[in-house]
Design a protein around this ligand. Structure first.
Ligand SMILES: [Zn+2]
Length: 241
């Protein structure tokens, strides 16, 4: 089974859908599920995604649901231009959206809720659909999925109240980039060492302080000072976009 295995924020998902090719027969409905297990508490990001992949592969499936919506973001699983396997009769031309957690007694909450409504809103817009095109797995199954606590009345009401955070260009890109950065510390950085090893002229003080405070790189030469100033100006430019 080929999966995308990528975690996006709502903003990134909006851009992704905007540029996405849904194919010649794009999905014309959304089907909402819950994972039941993993629960919200036991969800472990990529580890859980790979566990689900193995689980579906054991069933002999080549595709699965399209999206997993969790506290940590929106996970891309089966490509949305392909029919997935998640809801029997409704598999053809639908997007299968799994909300991570057990919602038989509690409703969506926290970031899971924000991400879920974000995904639904973005896909309705992107595919030109209405709330009449939203299905629950239990509409075609004896299962409780997406959980008895989730009703269409509640979902439609919350959806009508829900607003995606307005996009501030530049700023949110930067925030997204920072949030998703898991790069290790620079190789030449050691916590015990001084970041600034040469005298710094006044005009570069602010930039050098910034670089040192964020442990970006060590200032050891005039060239490093110039790099710090360039970096700091660029940072301010992005911030003020
Ligand atoms: Zn389901």
């Amino acid at each position: 089974m080929d999966i995308l295995n990528k975690c996006l924020t709502s903003n990134q998902f909006r851009d992704y859908v905007k540029g996405y090719n849904f194919g010649s027969l794009p999905a014309n409905k959304l089907v909402i599920h819950h994972t039941w297990k993993p629960t919200k508490e036991s969800w472990a990001g990529e580890k859980s995604i790979l566990g689900l992949k193995r689980y579906y592969e054991k069933k002999g499936w080549k595709v699965g649901p399209h999206l997993f919506v969790a506290e940590d973001g929106i996970w891309l699983f089966t490509p949305m231009r392909k029919d997935g396997i998640h809801a029997a009769k409704l598999n053809h031309r639908s997007i299968g959206i799994e909300i991570v957690g057990d919602y038989n007694t509690a409703k969506w909450s926290g970031k899971t809720k924000t991400n879920a409504f974000g995904v639904i809103k973005i896909l309705l817009e992107g595919l030109n659909l209405t709330e009449n095109d939203i299905y629950f797995h239990r509409d075609v199954s004896i299962k409780s999925c997406p959980g008895w606590a989730i009703t269409k009345e509640w979902l439609f009401y919350e959806l009508s109240e829900f607003r995606l955070k307005p996009r501030i260009p530049g700023r949110s890109d930067l925030e997204d980039a920072i949030r998703n950065t898991t790069a290790p510390a620079p190789v030449d950085y050691h916590a015990s060492e001084e970041m600034v090893l040469i005298p710094v002229p006044d005009w570069a003080r602010e930039a050098v302080d910034f670089v040192a405070r964020h442990k970006l790189f060590k200032i050891r030469s005039a060239e490093d000072v110039r790099d710090a100033v360039k970096f700091y100006r660029f940072y301010q430019l992005i911030r003020n976009l």
